[in-house]
Design a protein around this ligand. Structure first.
Ligand SMILES: [Zn+2]
Length: 563
């Protein structure tokens, strides 16, 4: 999902001394803590049903969805069926399916026989008649229809976008991250379990083209409609499934990548064809950079696609949706304020980064969404690194610190479908950039990033798994490091005092055991310091020198006056 940029661009830069800043942060913390206590959201049974692995979900493992949807733009209505194939992991006779009102779950069948079910608000509990025997592969069919929720602010507040293109033709798209795919079709709406592959059939008015994920296998033409059959060869998360309808035109090319020839497919409005041919030249450039850093594009069998939509864009798997206006930057703006953000099309680079982090490697719980957004935001600067060098990429990622709020921890609450702070984007990216400094070996760092993609390829994972992997691969105990940046809102402060030739230094505002080494320059000479919470002492060769912390480390520093 793109960063939700609510703040104004070109803000005047405030001049702040570290002390003022610290004071402001303390005040803010008190304020935020106070607010949090006063307004702590109450989590309901609905949140638990949506966000946890309930007993009615745990006993069966998803294998396959065969989703069939008829979309009627003239009356904003959809209807269809989803065939759900699953393996029985342990006996269970009640199965939870999710579909949110105003969509209606009409009926559910198994082996052609009608099943009874009871409905909560979003969760429906299906009573299965035949015994569910461990190891069996079973199938049920869920029929649905209704007027789906209209997207209010897609893709952040999603649903259906029923728009028109400039020629008055329907221009329709879905988006549903966070909200969940059950906003438009019935499924097991939790990230931990993915189907191994999926069939998607979109039936749309005859004049329109229906684009979804994976490969187009065929088109069936009816009297007034056409059905586009798409097939996804790989595991896919629910929110990655999308339906897009427009009077699309199509062009294609290919890219010779690490796993052979990758088909590139583009669906755009006819009037934008020329602009798209030019702007989408960034796709091969993106693939070259990301395959270098992360390893092979994870969905060669399904092709890579960009599909024009009437909202900013979204990381739909093998079907990245695009609405950035065929221009560089984030709607023409540079999120970093350094100029480097105008060197690339934000949606092409950020959303495609999610093919590796988000689509191939998916969080098991939305609380760990930084695995998607932290790495995708970090990927923006790796793209710059590949083409413009290390300093440019550092300028960019450091520039994006202006978006960090430290309002809440990056990791949210588990089990209630609750993501953490929006800081998951640029604090996440700056945490990873800081970690690169600690590894202090760019080739090793690249191999860690590629190793993550190999190890967790096409899996759902927890933050802990990624953290443990990075600790092991880097040979460093990063527990306190990750706890500090992911689980608190505190930014480490390096406090130091210079008295003659004696340098004293320590960390403030850190979790127990936080002892991250930091690169500093003392009188023009670069060296490492090893601060802890307790004062450390170092004797310098000359008195009264100037100390500067390397800007690549996301910490603050504070010089204390001598007593
Ligand atoms: Zn994103």
């Amino acid at each position: 999902m793109p960063f939700s940029c609510r703040i104004r661009f070109n803000r005047s830069k405030e001049h702040k001394t570290p002390q003022m800043k610290l004071f402001r942060i303390s005040i803010l913390c008190i304020f935020v803590t106070g607010c949090t206590l006063a307004q702590r959201p109450e989590y309901t049974k609905q949140d638990t049903l949506r966000g946890s692995i309930t007993p009615e979900r745990a006993w069966w493992d998803l294998n396959f969805y065969d989703l069939n949807v008829r979309i009627e733009p003239d009356r904003h209505y959809i209807s269809g069926s989803n065939i759900i194939r699953y393996t029985v992991l342990k006996p269970g006779q009640t199965l939870q399916l999710d579909l949110q009102p105003p969509m209606v779950l009409k009926r559910v069948t198994q082996d052609g026989k009608e099943l009874q079910f009871s409905s909560g608000i979003n969760a429906h509990f299906i009573n299965l008649n035949k015994p569910q025997v461990t190891g069996d592969k079973n199938e049920l069919v869920a029929y649905f229809e209704g007027y789906p929720k209209v997207a209010q602010n897609p893709p952040w507040d999603g649903g259906f976008s029923w728009e028109q293109d400039p020629d008055g033709q329907p221009f329709v798209a879905t988006s549903c991250q966070g909200l969940g795919a059950s906003v438009w079709w019935p499924n097991k709406d939790h990230l931990y379990d993915e189907v191994d592959s999926m069939d998607i059939r979109l039936t749309v008015p005859k004049a329109l083209v229906g684009v979804s994920n994976g490969r187009l296998l065929g088109i069936e033409t009816g009297d007034r409609t056409r059905t586009f059959r798409w097939y996804v060869h790989n595991p896919i998360n629910n929110y990655g499934v999308n339906a897009n309808l427009a009077h699309y035109t199509h062009f294609e090319s290919s890219y010779e990548g690490e796993n052979g020839s990758l088909d590139l497919e583009y669906y755009v409005l006819p009037k934008n064809l020329k602009k798209a041919r030019e702007q989408f030249k960034q796709v091969p450039a993106m693939l070259e950079a990301f395959e270098y850093w992360f390893g092979p594009y994870p969905f060669y069998e399904d092709s890579y696609k960009l599909v024009e939509v009437p909202y900013l864009g979204m990381e739909h798997q093998s079907s990245t949706t695009y609405g950035n206006g065929y221009q560089n930057g984030y709607l023409g703006h540079d999120l970093s304020g350094t100029g480097w953000g105008l060197k690339f099309d934000f949606i092409i680079i950020h959303e495609s980064g999610h093919e590796w982090f988000g689509n191939s490697i998916t969080e098991r719980d939305i609380a760990d969404m930084w695995i998607h957004e932290g790495f995708a935001a970090y990927a923006e600067n790796l793209f710059l690194d590949y083409y413009y060098g290390k300093e440019a990429s550092a300028d960019y990622v450091i520039g994006t610190r202006s978006h960090i709020r430290n309002d809440r921890p990056i990791i949210g609450l588990y089990g209630v479908n609750q993501s953490g702070s929006n800081d998951m984007y640029y604090k996440g990216a700056n945490m990873l950039h800081t970690l690169r400094q600690l590894v202090d070996d760019d080739e090793k760092w690249r191999q860690i990033l590629r190793g993550i993609n190999r190890t967790f390829y096409h899996q759902t994972v927890s933050s802990r798994q990624i953290e443990d992997y990075m600790s092991e691969a880097s040979g460093k105990d990063l527990k306190a490091f990750f706890d500090q940046y992911l689980r608190t809102t505190m930014i480490p402060v390096l406090e130091y005092r210079l008295e003659g030739k004696v340098l004293q230094y320590r960390y403030m505002d850190v979790v127990r055991g936080f002892d991250m080494p930091v690169r500093v320059t003392i009188n023009g000479k670069e060296q490492w310091l090893y601060p802890k919470s307790e004062w450390q002492t170092k004797t310098l060769k000359q008195p009264n020198l100037k100390l500067e912390v390397d800007r690549n480390f996301y910490i603050e520093s504070r010089k204390l006056e001598n007593t």
